[in-house]
Design a binder for this molecule. Structure first.
Ligand code: FAD
Ligand code: 2HG
Ligand code: ZN
Length: 482
């Protein structure tokens, strides 16, 4: 069974006092020690505006040494700490639960090196994804992962959440793309794992433990990333289907006919499109003449325009002839491609503007992919607008419920129903966003108890006093921190 426990402040933790602030100011300078109310409000509030902490200080160190000295102090004092990047995480992991110190990496934002031959970039953890990608663009390269929060999310946050995104289909998991990390442990110890080689079978790959650890095992300060060549030929098709069966059949056709140049396969239901059109400026319906229940954005990336274009055109023509889609278009230029991506990447932003909403980020075997959305729409009729979209090519559904206000009664209709539904089909209750605060107790829907206990032992090994991102990721019964 799954135990859902109320979160209570760990009484063994110290409370921030004037001496702590004095120490921080002495160590990293007053500019990096922020107690301004407006800044604190933002840093204490998560993306959904669902979770609010009451952290009393935001620290913005500029070097690994400063991070180390801060953590050494917090460890000695038993002061709890939340590592924070761009605060775009979607599971309440990046904000304090109570009064944790907020350690924001945003001032560590330098690109350190780039090997043009190998395509290997090293940078500090606080670089935004957008800035690193802009740097790489100058060098004819691209970041191998991308998503709608690119302007503000940080590399350290991406690595800590093992973020997926729209190009997972092409470049695979970030786990194989992060070649090296520098990490500061809870007690201030610096681990230099900044390898820049692709192949390295020397013992256990400890660095992997920090990827997807959501700030519970250490603070990431640097990363080495395998960048990709920027494709010189990109094409985008946008198709409207009248059944989900056709969405899946079109995916099979795309894999077969587009083969090695297929680089994204994203699905949006009509409700997602309508939400974006309503809330995001500079958007218009790409296919205004027909309303269909499902839309697919297909992208190809390659190095030969004519070859790729003719492949994409043949795929679209064949699919049309087979009746796989009802209406569609092939983007004619970069501007049109950007407009289509703007709609897809805008869904997360549109949800935020729509107000209160609950998010479920699920891995589902392809045959069942959309069933849950229909089921939940029936189950929550009149109580929530149900939005289904996601990375179909990766089997990753984003199921969202827009509600008039946050209300535990609505949650009780969604949970544990959704989690049990996923567990029964052996999917994952967190495909790419992580567990954070929202889903710590739900971990056993996707992992056996003895494995979760082993995670608890790893946590204790790395952070014996449990000061790093407390109350998150692992359920209380699996932690040994008090
Ligand atoms: P934060 O939100 O600040 O933190 C996330 C977690 O990482 C927290 O637990 C935090 O404690 C920890 N953390 C942050 N920095 C560090 C560090 N340096 N060291 C240790 N721990 C750290 N995610 C996807 O996977 N795929 C998507 O397609 C996607 N699309 C998105 C679209 C939008 C519009 C938005 C708002 C979010 C999207 N996300 C997506 C979720 C989010 O952007 C990613 O999870 C992102 O990687 C978080 O980065 P961040 O810097 O904002 O991290
Ligand atoms: C995306 O794929 C993000 O756009 C956001 O992962 C998902 O808002 C969401 O539910
Ligand atoms: Zn996503």
């Amino acid at each position: 069974g799954v135990r859902k426990e109320e979160i209570i402040r760990d009484a063994s933790f110290a409370r921030l006092d004037a001496d702590d602030l004095e120490f921080f100011t002495r160590t990293i300078g007053s500019a990096g020690v922020i107690t301004d109310k407006a800044v604190l409000d933002l840093a204490n509030t998560d993306w959904m505006r669902r979770y609010k902490g009451s952290g009393q200080v935001v620290l913005r160190p500029r070097t690994t040494d400063e991070v180390s000295m801060i953590l050494k102090h917090c460890h000695a004092r038993r002061l709890p700490v939340v590592p924070q990047g761009g605060n775009t995480g979607m599971v309440g992991g990046s904000v304090p639960v109570f009064d944790e110190v907020i350690l924001n990496l945003g001032s560590m934002d330098r690109v350190l090196s780039f090997d043009e031959v190998g395509g290997i970039l090293t940078c500090e953890a606080g670089c935004t994804l957008g800035d690193v990608d802009a740097f790489l663009e100058e060098k004819g390269h691209t970041m191998p992962w991308d998503f709608g929060s690119r302007k503000t999310c940080q590399i350290g946050g991406n690595v800590s959440t093992n973020a997926g995104g729209i190009h997972f289909l092409r470049y695979g998991s970030l786990r194989a793309l992060v070649l090296g990390l520098e990490v500061v442990l809870a007690d201030g110890t610096v681990l230099d794992m900044m390898s820049e080689v692709r192949k390295d079978n020397t013992g256990y790959d400890v660095k992997q433990l920090f990827i997807g650890a959501e700030g519970t095992l250490g603070v990431i300060t640097k990363a080495a990333i395998l960048a990709a060549r920027r494709p010189s030929s990109v094409h985008v098709a946008f198709l409207a289907c009248n059944s989900f069966e056709d969405v899946k059949r079109t995916f099979s056709a795309a894999r077969k006919e587009l083969g090695e140049i297929l680089s994204a396969y994203e699905v949006l239901d009509r409700q997602s499109i309508d939400l974006v059109l309503k809330h995001i400026e500079d958007t218009s319906d790409p296919l205004p003449d027909s309303r269909q229940p499902f839309y697919i954005l297909i992208e190809t990336s390659g190095s030969n325009k004519e070859h790729d274009r003719s492949k994409m055109k043949a795929f679209v023509d064949n699919s049309k002839r087979s009746g796989l889609f009802v209406d569609g278009l092939l983007a004619q230029d970069e501007e049109q491609m950007a407009a289509l991506w703007h709609i897809r990447k805008g869904v997360g932003h549109a949800l935020q503007r729509a107000g209160a909403h609950y998010k479920y980020d699920l891995s589902i075997p392809m045959i069942h992919f959309y069933e849950l959305v229909d089921e939940m729409r029936a189950r929550l009729k009149g109580e929530a607008d149900v939005i289904g979209f996601g990375h179909l090519g990766d089997g990753n559904l984003h199921l969202n419920f827009v509600v008039p206000k946050y209300d535990e009664r609505v949650v009780s209709k969604i949970e544990p129903y959704v989690f049990e539904w996923i567990a029964a089909r052996r999917g994952s209750v967190s495909a790419e966003h992580g567990l954070g605060r929202m889903k710590a107790d739900a971990i056993t829907y996707s992992k056996p108890e003895n494995v979760v206990k082993l995670m608890g032992s790893v946590k204790t090994l790395f952070d014996p006093k449990g000061i790093l991102n407390p109350y998150k990721v692992l359920p209380k019964w699996a932690r040994n921190d008090t």
